[in-house]
Design a protein around this ligand. Structure first.
Ligand code: BES
Ligand code: ZN
Ligand code: ZN
Length: 506
């Protein structure tokens, strides 16, 4: 899908369909729509009054301008009541318009900038959201189908139409949305792809490809290298798999920023989680191909950050391995020494995420980071606590946690805080080691965070994002089809783009 500007008087705009957004129960049409109707000298037909189109959320009315030379179709999309309007409603409305355009096989959809100016939100934000939704809401993964593949989704082009030539920052939004969209689509494709394809080596290859495209520094530490460095916790998980494991270290460093503290993004890259010796039940085990969604979010964000040349030093650290039962696999009761030097008593080999992440977090400290964010499909308990639409944020810094919640709600990624009080440590006390890798069944998502917190000094702002629920949608969502969601890409991009937030942390 392409984004193009169309700068011309309204009555000269062209395209296969034009979209307008309308609030529910308003007696007058939005001013842009009214002007468009006047200037194209087509009258509002009797059959098409505000009585039959109510403007309910995602409601669509299609109107044909049969006699006209200009744009032949008008799509009115409902936003619901104005006092309940938010960006989520807007994204859903835009997704509905995009779906309708596909069903109608429209090649070029006209999105009037003036229509966005009518809405009570920042126009640039609305434009970015509209374009990201247009690019991602129809995204499908057909690469492994050899038959019954439907034709490519339409529309091919969004014509962002306006009467006056757009200035910065508006003019920079289409490429930004393009970058975010590609990042999300990359993350989704990696997560939906099966583990016999998306192996640790495949993730490493993806990082190398990004490095080739955008000039990232990339280092792939193999299992032997990890062992030599002392990454005992990562190696413990990896030693049970015959698929070669690796720790990916990828750096985006714009010129002149070599000496600035980077943002470090750490992503859990378990390409398949059987549970290991603490093996999982076989029902639904196939879902555990998604256990590298944290890794995918980091790679997706790097795709966008590289493409957009975002001026911020970013390091991605991605521990990648399968978690398998095997003669060489680590076992319950084993005591493992982490890169930090802390010893861990393994109670469940299925709590492998925190094992691989803790060494990645310790490695991250080498970069003297401005902040560390880790993303992981870490616990089923997070799904029990917050459901499938909200990710947990567990942070050692109140301001960072708030910033993630606020930025997340702007871009459609919901986060809710869980506490990291020291009293929770009680449940992972060990008789033989510094601590255990799991506690009892209570507060599972928090215990995951408490474990990781042992590896991050208090003066390094850090947030752990538990995306176990949000990485995968069991059914179609308003703005994304069922399957991998690409959750996490957007928050990472937002953090990278907002240097003032980073400054406020120190
Ligand atoms: N990968 C799973 C968590 C998960 C569950 C992700 C559902 C996505 C959907 C993780 O490695 C795991 O197995 N966690 C255990 C932790 C327990 C052993 C403390 C869990 O959630 O049961
Ligand atoms: Zn597990
Ligand atoms: Zn896992």
């Amino acid at each position: 899908m392409q984004f193009e500007w169309q700068v011309a008087p309204m009555n000269e705009w062209h395209g296969d369909g034009i979209v307008f957004f309308c609030f529910e129960k308003t007696s007058t049409p939005p001013s842009c729509l009214e002007r468009w109707w006047q200037q194209t000298s087509t009258s509002l037909p009797e059959s098409y009054t505000w009585k039959d189109f109510r403007g309910k959320p995602q409601e669509i009315a299609l109107h044909y301008e049969v006699a006209k030379e200009g744009i032949p179709r008008v799509l009115l999309v409902g936003l619901g009541p104005e006092d309940k309007f938010d960006l989520e409603k807007f994204r859903s409305a835009m997704a509905a318009a995009t779906r309708k355009s596909r069903d109608l096989r429209l090649g070029k959809l006209v999105l009037p900038l003036e229509a966005l100016q009518d809405l009570p939100r920042d126009t640039n934000r609305l434009l970015e959201e509209a374009l990201v939704v247009a690019k991602t809401s129809l995204h499908r993964f057909d690469a492994l189908k050899t038959r019954d593949v439907e034709p490519l989704p339409f529309p091919e082009e969004i014509l962002i139409s306006t009467e006056n030539r757009p200035q910065a920052p508006a003019s920079g939004i289409p490429p930004m949305a393009e970058g975010i969209g590609s990042g999300i689509c990359l993350a989704r494709d990696l997560v939906v792809s099966p583990s016999n394809r998306v192996t640790p080596s495949c993730l490493a290859k993806t990082a190398q490809q990004l490095s080739g495209k955008y000039g990232f520094k990339v280092e792939i530490i193999d299992l032997q290298g990890a062992q030599t460095l002392g990454m005992g916790a990562f190696a413990a998980v990896a030693q049970g798999s015959s698929e070669p494991a690796c720790m990916i270290v990828c750096e985006h460093c714009p010129q002149g920023l070599e000496n600035t503290p980077p943002l470090v993004y750490v992503g859990k890259g378990i390409t398949f989680d059987t549970g290991g010796i603490s093996i999982k039940p076989s029902a639904n085990m196939e879902a555990m191909k998604q256990d590298m969604a944290g890794a995918a979010a980091v790679l997706g964000a790097l795709e966008c950050i590289g493409k957009l040349k975002i001026r911020q030093r970013i390091v991605g650290i991605i521990p990648c391995t399968e978690n398998m039962p095997d003669g060489k696999a680590y076992k319950p009761g084993d005591v493992i020494k982490s890169l930090e030097g802390l010893t861990i008593e393994v109670i469940s080999t299925d709590a492998e995420g925190r094992m691989v992440l803790c060494d990645a977090l310790t490695y991250a400290l080498r970069y003297k980071p401005a902040l560390i964010i880790d993303l992981a499909t870490l616990t089923g308990a997070c799904i029990i606590a917050l459901g499938k639409h909200v990710a947990g944020v567990l942070a050692n810094h109140e301001g960072l946690s708030k910033a993630i919640q606020n930025m997340g709600s702007e871009v459609g990624e919901k986060f809710w805080p869980l506490p990291l009080w020291d009293s929770y440590f009680e449940s992972i006390k060990s008789d033989v080691a510094d601590f255990k890798n799991v506690g009892d069944r209570s507060a599972g998502a928090i215990i995951g965070g408490i474990f990781l917190k042992q590896f991050v000094p208090d003066d390094v702002p850090w947030a752990h994002l538990d995306i176990a629920g949000t990485a995968w949608a069991d059914k179609d969502q308003p703005t994304s089809p069922k399957g991998a969601t690409g959750f996490g890409v957007r928050i990472l991009v937002e953090l990278a783009r907002d240097p003032s937030m980073v400054k406020s942390l120190s």
